[in-house]
Design a protein around this ligand. Structure first.
Ligand code: PRP
Ligand code: URA
Length: 209
């Protein structure tokens, strides 16, 4: 059974408060999304396994900790997930990056797939799927299904703001994955937008309307 971890770190909460403000412009929004992704990454990688490795310092031999051999991949859900990639790679620079393109149909709110390109050895990697928003959960659930169809087993999902409905859907569809959430909001509105949320994450990152 995977876990759902809602962040309580003051820096994360402060930065999420900043990107919620309607007056926060594209440049600051993008920069802050990246910083939040880095902070959530720090929490989401807490359980990575370590090996003891013997090394020599300039003074003597000693044993140090090193991440176990398992390689990682970051998989943003396009478009908005792209805003979290740099922050993730700041902490795990050797990770490969896959891309899954999904958009929500404006009428049905169902995800529509338009792109999928993953590292060829993704089934052997620890995967971090990133998307700032978990609203109905349809996009995240579909992306994780696509990854499982490619043989991926170790999957984590990271978002900045979630609705309770999205967390419920994702834990029901994929009970095996860990979910890391910056903040859990109140509800969805009639257009399946998160309330209070921050509006359309993709538009705010890329300056589109
Ligand atoms: C947003 C967001 C998620 C999705 C969440 O993407 O980035 O991918 O909606 O909603 P859901 O949980 O109800 O599926 P959007 O479809 O607006 O595409 P974009 O990132 O290209 O703007
Ligand atoms: N996608 C967004 O970008 N924002 C929401 O509130 C819901 C889905």
């Amino acid at each position: 059974m995977g876990k759902v971890l809602i962040m309580d770190h003051p820096l994360i909460q402060h930065k999420i408060g900043y990107i919620r403000r309607e007056e926060t412009g594209t440049k600051d929004f993008r920069q802050t999304i990246s910083e939040i992704a880095m902070l959530i990454c720090y929490e989401a990688t807490r359980d990575l396994k370590l090996d003891d490795v013997k090394i020599k310092t300039p003074i003597c031999e000693t044993t140090v900790k090193e991440l176990k051999g398992k390689k990682m991949a970051v998989v943003p859900i396009l478009r908005a997930g792209l805003g979290m990639v740099d922050g993730m790679l700041t902490l795990i620079p050797a990770a490969k990056v896959g891309h899954i393109g999904l958009y929500r149909d404006p009428e049905t709110h169902e995800p529509v797939e338009y792109y999928c390109k993953l590292p060829q050895d993704c089934a052997e990697r620890e995967i971090f799927v990133v998307d700032p928003m978990l609203a109905t959960g349809g996009s995240a659930s579909a992306a994780i299904t696509m990854l499982k169809e490619k043989g991926c087993k170790n999957i984590h999902f990271m978002c900045i703001i979630a609705a309770p409905e999205g967390i419920e859907r994702l834990t029901k569809d994929h009970p095996d994955i860990d979910i890391y959430v910056g903040a859990c909001d109140e509800k969805l509105n009639d257009h399946a937008y998160i309330v209070p949320g921050l509006g359309d994450a993709g538009d705010r990152i890329f300056g589109t309307e």
